[in-house]
Design a binder for this molecule. Structure first.
Ligand SMILES: [Zn+2]
Length: 70
């Protein structure tokens, strides 16, 4: 069984079906051969995920170093 999800190529804008096992990996567009990161989210939402990770990292740093202040 091969589950797929649709994503638009950020370079040529064409809709591509990507297999679920490639989620989070770098894939190449079959149309223009551009490489991009496979994600089932829109790029804008991906940014908020990155910001969340930065917040988690900062919180971890604060926990490690009690003297750390912003
Ligand atoms: Zn493309």
């Amino acid at each position: 069984m091969s589950l797929r999800f649709g994503q638009s190529c950020p370079t040529c804008g064409r809709r591509i079906k990507i297999r679920m096992e490639f989620l989070g990996r770098t894939v190449a567009c079959p149309h223009c051969r551009a490489e991009f990161n496979a994600t089932d989210k829109q790029p804008r939402q991906g940014n908020s995920e990155q910001m969340l990770m930065q917040r988690v990292e900062r919180a971890l740093r604060q926990a490690e170093d009690p003297a750390f202040t912003e």
